[in-house]
Ligand binder design. Structure first.
Ligand code: SF4
Length: 481
């Protein structure tokens, strides 16, 4: 890429200082691993020194309904000696053999990383040789960290699936109601709140990529009739290429919020009808939507008066910048800001349509600006990922995790009720009124200089406690003195 630049631009790039903390966003390897690791029955082997796997293992709360092999950490653990002596490829081959003999997985994914790519280990050749020798798919994932950002890694993972997995198995039960769900990670098992709806419509999820996926499902994903793209940044290239190669039409949708969930179900049914399914599915879908919406709105009614007019700062980016914003606005919450970090141009367009006010849209906020925003009480709660939680806590502002480490499922109708319940719990937690009261030493009267008595610290503490925080006994003792 550098060859296309003139000298001045090239030099500028070299001298550009790194943004402190930028690496925390993850490297390309990390991005590839995020996309592929939720394939649960596959062994994920990291060809690298130990730290690459140590840094990326278990960084998302995706869930499996069966196999647990994906939770086992495999790495070739390359040392300096291996690098100097050129033992990398041999060690990789031995590791593949060991995994095959010990775990007998349906496939092994082999990830290259900075060190092994720099020393020139040819993981494609090793994978090819191992696949022939051991008679199982060994998939090279060529996304070394230095190749680029986490987003690029997501795309490279999609390429690996296209090049080596999808289309390699023929299902014997393909039908007119088969769909693929792309970019759904099943965080905290949230796809399990949506799948029963599809089951009721008789729609089969041939492959959910990657959440709770099995290798064989992905290998036969090319026989689906339609696809839904859930997270637009991660696997959009995969959706486009599957449309090109196997004529699988797709749409971008969201399962966050009542309206978006209903709309997504509608679009799935419409696409299937276009591809030959019986049009009666459209009526069944409408009936299901009406039933589920009525149940969800009834559950949400209890929260509406408690949340009406509450101001939410959404500091997450990507597809959630619009999907969660839209979901929350449905229950009367005001969005005072939403970050467009990592959002695509289409995501940004949707945010503008939903918020109808550019002033509430920001690319990203510096932690100090974020702190000021929250400390000035311009928002009642911040929804974000774990990285900014301490800014909110320092500003004594309620905070809720809506990124990958979250512990609650928020997709579908039931997920929306859960999200609202969690916001309500966070907002009305009594801790906030307690921590916003002045600390004892902030309202302590100036202590006369001199020799303090043995109990002076305790007395000063009792005197300084604000009256609202005192127990009746403590109040009485101060009154008496
Ligand atoms: S692949 Fe490279 S950037 Fe990524 S964790 Fe390993 S050494 Fe670090």
């Amino acid at each position: 890429m550098n060859r296309g630049k003139d000298d001045s631009v090239r030099k500028k790039g070299c001298s550009k200082p790194l943004t402190p903390g930028a690496a925390a966003g993850g490297c390309a390897f990390d991005g590839a691993k995020i996309v592929l690791q939720p394939i649960t029955d596959v062994a994920h082997l990291i060809h690298a020194p130990l730290a690459c796997e140590g840094n990326s293992w278990d960084n998302r709360g995706t869930a499996s309904s069966g196999p647990t092999l994906w939770r086992t950490s495999f790495t070739t653990d390359l040392t300096e000696l291996d690098v100097v002596m050129g033992h990398g490829e041999r060690k990789l081959f031995k590791a593949i053999r060991e995994i095959k003999e010990t775990y007998a997985p349906p496939a092994i994914f082999v990830y290259s990383t900075c060190v092994t790519a720099l020393i020139g280990d040819d993981i494609e050749a090793v994978c090819r040789r191992a696949a022939e020798k051991f008679g199982l798919p060994v998939v090279p994932v060529n996304a070394p960290g230095f190749a680029g950002s986490k987003n690029l890694g997501n795309k490279l993972a999609g390429e690996a699936l296209l090049d080596h997995v999808i289309g390699t198995a023929e299902p014997d039960d393909a039908g007119p109601y088969d769909i693929n769900i792309l970019g759904e990670f099943n965080l905290s098992g949230e796809f399990w709140l949506v799948k029963p709806l599809l089951d009721r419509l008789g729609i089969r999820v041939r492959a959910c990529i990657p959440g709770d996926a099995r290798y064989r499902d992905i290998a036969s994903a090319h026989r689906a009739r339609a696809a839904m793209m859930v997270c637009s940044t991660a696997l959009i290239n995969l959706a486009r290429k599957m449309e090109e190669l196997w004529d699988i039409p797709f749409f971008e949708g969201s399962f966050y919020g009542i309206t978006d969930t209903s709309q997504s179900l509608r679009q799935v049914a419409e696409l299937l009808v276009k591809k030959g399914a019986d049009p009666e599915i459209l009526q069944r879908t409408e009936a299901l939507i009406a039933e589920q919406e009525a149940i969800a709105w009834k559950k949400l009614a209890a929260y509406r008066p408690r949340l009406q007019g509450k101001r939410v700062l959404l500091n997450t980016g990507g597809v959630k910048a619009w999907s969660v914003a839209h979901a929350l606005m449905e229950i009367g919450v005001e969005i005072v800001g939403t970050s467009t970090k990592k959002s695509t141009a289409e995501d940004k367009e949707r945010i503008k349509q939903i918020l109808k006010d550019d002033n509430h849209i920001f690319e990203s906020m510096r932690p100090s600006d974020l702190y000021d925003f929250l400390a000035e009480r311009k928002a009642d709660i911040m929804l974000s990922g774990g990285r900014t939680q301490f800014v909110a806590l320092k500003a004594k502002t309620p905070w809720l995790d809506i990124n990958q480490e979250r512990h609650h499922p928020y997709a579908g109708y039931d997920g929306m009720v859960e999200l609202v319940r969690q916001i309500d719990l966070a907002l009305h937690n009594p801790i906030w009124s307690a921590v916003r009261e002045p600390a004892p030493w902030e309202c302590q009267p100036a202590i006369e200089e001199g020799v303090p008595s043995a109990h002076s610290d305790t007395e000063a503490f009792q005197l300084s406690r604000p009256s609202s925080a005192l127990s009746p006994v403590a109040s009485a003792s101060i009154g008496e003195s």
